[in-house]
Write a protein that binds this ligand. Structure first.
Ligand SMILES: [Zn+2]
Length: 233
């Protein structure tokens, strides 16, 4: 049996990953080179051993016939495929956004009442672990006292500082334990934002918030990262 706090942290990471998967799939759909790579991987996986019997010969003739037909330019096919994937993922994303029980904190931020490009753009340039940490902060499904207590993985939702509930707002903007790190990371340059919803909805501030939460090493699942870890490449 694992440590309850770590299990909850892992679950929080999985929840966040579920939400993040649509972000990455849409970003990937916008990148033709990744689409082409995925297409090649699927083609290689689906390639069956050659059938040398009569049926195989007939199939080969049909294939040759098809290959003899004028091929559509690969670029056109890729663009068409990309467009269809984008439409599909966007539709799935909107549906999940409305119905998914996770991510309620993010939906409370007016900018993100519905999913869109603005949300994706916040994660451009962020490394994978940092993007995951950022999503956990945005969704509130993060291994802090408030969430852990809500799933019975912690006895209390109170912060060690004794000044209230240990939630995203408290850790990012209020907790005195992390005052120095906050000053050196999150508030290292103007604006010295104290509204956590604005911090989580603006790209420069979200990057700093991710760096801050990783630097204070409060989230168990990220403690294996080196202390020199930077959230951007
Ligand atoms: Zn505190």
């Amino acid at each position: 049996m694992g440590v309850p706090g770590n299990e909850a942290a892992d679950q929080a990471a999985k929840d966040a990953a579920l939400l993040a998967s649509h972000h990455y799939r849409i970003l990937e759909a916008q990148d033709p080179s990744q689409l082409a790579q995925r297409h090649r991987q699927r083609r290689d996986q689906n390639q069956a051993p050659p059938n040398t019997g009569p049926e195989g010969l007939a199939e080969s003739r049909q294939r040759v016939g098809r290959q003899a037909m004028p091929a559509r330019p690969l670029q056109t096919l890729t663009a068409n495929c990309r467009q269809q994937l984008q439409t599909l993922y966007q539709s799935e994303w909107v549906q999940q956004w409305a119905a998914n029980p996770h991510g309620s904190l993010l939906r409370k931020i007016p900018t993100f009442a519905s999913p869109g490009k603005k949300l994706l753009e916040l994660h451009i340039g962020l490394r994978r672990a940092a993007s995951s940490a950022a999503i956990q902060l945005q969704t509130g499904k993060v291994a802090l006292g408030e969430y852990l207590a809500s799933i019975s993985a912690a006895e209390t939702n109170q912060c060690h500082c004794g000044l209230g509930v240990q939630d995203v707002d408290h850790i990012l903007t209020k907790c005195p334990i992390y005052r120095d790190e906050r000053r050196e990371t999150l508030w290292v340059a103007p604006p010295r934002e104290t509204d956590y919803r604005r911090i989580l909805s603006q790209a420069p501030l979200l990057k700093r918030a991710a760096q801050f939460i990783l630097n204070i090493r409060i989230l168990g699942q990220f403690r294996c990262l080196p202390v020199t870890y930077k959230v951007t490449y």
